[in-house]
Design a protein around this ligand. Sequence first.
Ligand code: CP3
Length: 359
Amino acid sequence: MQLKNDRYLRALLRQPVDRTPIWMMRQAGRYLPEYRATRAQAGDFMSLCKNPELACEVTLQPLRRYPLDAAILFSDILTIPDAMGLGLSFGVGEGPKFSKPIRDFMDVVHLPIPDPEQELRYVMDAVRTIRRELQGSVPLIGFSGSPWTLATYMVEGSGSKTFSIIKKMMYSEPEVLHMLLDKLAQSVTLYLNAQIAAGAQAVMIFDTWGGVLTPRDYQEYSLSYMQQILNGLTREADGRRVPVTLFTKNGGQWLEMMAATGCDALGLDWTTDIANARARVGHQVALQGNMDPSILLGTPERIRQEVQTILDGFGQGSGHIFNLGHGITPDVDPEHAGIFIEAVQDLSPMYHMNAEIAE
Ligand code: CP3
């Protein structure tokens, strides 16, 4: 089926668009009362992820409220370690926890590589259900965590501030960590390719914790495994390129290295100036970002001002996907999210006036 709105896919490939496309990281989430109601119906967060009908429902909720240019699969990056048998749970008001974290060589040896159409079938069913319900209105984004980011949760056993357990492994038994990262890269490749086969039209790799590494360790323990995934990904489906976005939070210093992987776009957090990023890598990749989600806590005027500043920073032409620099937080007023999205739609067309000439 022909997509009715393919602005997001076109901008990822730096093709002309009429205005800057926008979606929001964590657009389906706790800031929406309808999300909280559906989660209550499911029982808890993981039960919501594992129910394809309800996962589809929460995926579509933000699109009913706002004129967004893409849907993102409702799921979590921790579905892979869960499918590997690590015993994932989310306590109320707490982050993720694993009852069986990975601590030594034998733990890694015993770790299975999940079959996406078996242990993770609920994710593929959600993708198929969402694609059917979207009816070609906007593209569907699939996603995964990066091997490094998944490993931080699997080795630490929960979120961490210092990453001391995984860094101890890195600096005392690097071969164990490499074996773990290799298994994760294989698992993520299968998982993303299965999402693409099920109907995901673009994919994004979230490397939330790559930015806690030294530049050399970032290359060795995070970027090289994202490269391994990129080398194995399906890059075309239904006669269209399936664009890949890499996002390393706090990775602004490494954009050149990241762009050299052959991905289509880079996600930027708000600590990088988008004009600077475009000057450095804009000839190779599209850029997604990069408003600080906290701006949504400010006044409507301040939100519009920041949107204008970011649009000006990127400048004329295609290759920008507007987004937040990280996930929208639960304390945001849904009305402010609407003001943000509207501001991008109102203010961005003038940056694409010469689109036809450029083409
Ligand atoms: O953007 C979307 O709408 C898609 C949904 C999505 C979720 N998680 C839903 C979610 C996506 C893309 C993710 C990715 C994810 N999950 C990342 C990478 C992106 C990032 O935020 O850095 C990470 C690190 C995780 C792991 C994770 N999941 C954590 C640390 C937490 C707890 C922190 C928190 O925000 O509460 C989650 C839970 C989670 N994932 C929620 C949602 C909506 C909140 C859980 C709830 O509803 O109770």
